[in-house]
Design a protein. Structure first.
Length: 82
């Protein structure tokens, strides 16, 4: 399991609040809140060099916006060693 709490600078918050747009953020207004993420996954060794993992991430205030989320993001991963 892992937990992370992300933040952005006050200048970046104001830029986004007044309508600024960025590569991943910005939709015209920002009701700022820290982006908190909790993630859990299980890794399974299926066969020689073949691994699968199932996971889930819980994201509160995605995009640093209190008006968004929370969001649950499931995941499936495969890793293959040659």
């Amino acid at each position: 399991m892992a937990f992370v709490s992300n933040a952005i600078s006050k200048d970046h918050q104001l830029y986004l609040k007044y309508g600024g747009k960025g590569f991943l953020l910005g939709d015209g207004n920002l009701n700022y809140g820290r982006e908190d993420i909790a993630e859990a996954y299980y890794n399974l060794h299926a066969w020689r060099g073949l691994f699968y993992s199932l996971g889930v991430s819980y994201i509160a205030h995605p995009g640093y916006n209190r008006d968004r989320g929370p969001v649950l993001v499931p995941s499936v991963r495969m890793h293959l060693d040659f």
